[in-house]
Design a protein around this ligand. Structure first.
Ligand code: BDR
Ligand code: CA
Length: 316
């Protein structure tokens, strides 16, 4: 029987608890062939998130290269989020030390290498600021048609979370997001509209903890830490943002996905970084984004649980 072709994937992010949980999900998926991890400054400085990415790769036994991206956004100063993710950017459980050398390539060069070498078109899952992806598109426009799709967590159609208008990943580097949204590459984005409904409650991650394998335990402890700050904002569950960008590829049927033209606000006193959707088609622009706006929360949690279950017998 023919082997089912796996979907080649690049994971790009700023881990970060929810990035890390998204990567646990991606690494558990038989459908994916993870080709590389690339890091971008955001939740913490580039050095810190890169160290975290290498530790996550060691935890998940990923025999792939990790490449470091730019240490700042394309045009603006870096904003970081230690209130959510702690001083290390991934506070909480102890993780193994990196077991692979850091790639000498920059993140965009690593992405270009994977795109050139892959027989199949490659999907980029980006769960931080879109700086690396934008740098790739600007420096290697000839490789656009080697990208199957860019799946992002970023933006909010109804509201922001860092300002009223802007979500964190887009606010960190609005010019990068603008470049991605105007690139013509197939784009699917998980907005706050869905990710703030992807609530994982303490009883859900206690169920994950009860699986009693090393990865499930770490995931539960990441939730424990991440929830400290999220709870202080009035949420009754953890807003599980980044895993949506992975889950919506694996199980699109549990999401509400709508095609809209979306643009990025680059100016304005209060709304820089806002993602603005043309709901009624009044701009006359063709949709440029499959906008993920809602989900079946219970199925999302069940699939997350199933993903963690796959790590039974795992050694760390
Ligand atoms: C996004 O911001 C980061 O703190 C999270 O990792 C997620 O990517 C949510 O706004
Ligand atoms: Ca992130």
């Amino acid at each position: 029987m023919d082997k089912i072709k796996k979907r080649p994937i690049i994971l790009d992010g700023d881990p970060g608890h929810d990035d890390a949980i998204g990567w646990v999900l991606a690494a558990s998926a038989d459908e994916f062939d993870i080709k590389a991890i690339t890091t971008v400054a955001g939740n913490q400085t580039l050095e810190k998130v890169t160290y975290n990415a290498r530790r996550i790769a060691a935890l998940l036994h990923l025999d792939i290269e990790v490449a470091k991206g730019r240490n700042r956004p394309l045009c603006s100063d870096l904003i970081i989020a230690p209130n959510f993710h702690g001083e290390t950017g991934l506070d909480g459980p102890e993780l193994p030390e990196p077991d692979h050398e850091l790639s000498p390539l920059s993140a965009p060069e690593m992405m270009a290498k994977v795109l050139k070498e892959s027989e199949e078109k490659v999907t980029i899952i980006t769960t931080g600021a879109q700086t690396n992806v934008a740098a790739l598109l600007l420096s290697h426009p000839e490789l656009k048609d080697r990208i199957e799709m860019i799946s992002t967590m970023g933006g909010g159609l109804r509201n922001g979370n860092w300002t009223s208008g802007a979500e964190f990943n887009i606010l960190v580097d609005p010019e990068a997001a603008y470049t991605v949204y105007h690139s013509g590459v197939k784009l699917q984005s998980c907005f706050l509209d869905v990710t703030e409904r992807a609530l994982v409650y303490p009883e859900d991650w206690d169920r994950i903890r009860s699986l009693n394998n090393p990865i499930a335990k770490v995931v539960a402890e990441w939730f424990d830490f991440f929830f400290i700050h999220v709870k202080s904002l009035g949420w009754s569950g953890a807003t599980t943002h980044d895993p949506c960008a992975v889950m919506s590829l694996l199980h699109p049927e549990i999401f509400d996905i709508r095609d809209y033209y979306v643009d990025i606000e680059l100016k304005g006193n209060y709304c820089r970084g806002a993602t603005v959707a043309d709901y009624n088609g009044r701009t006359g622009n063709k949709p440029n984004c499959a906008c993920v706006v809602d989900l079946d929360r219970e199925k999302f949690v069940d699939y997350l649980y199933e993903a963690c279950k796959k790590y039974e017998g795992w050694e760390v």
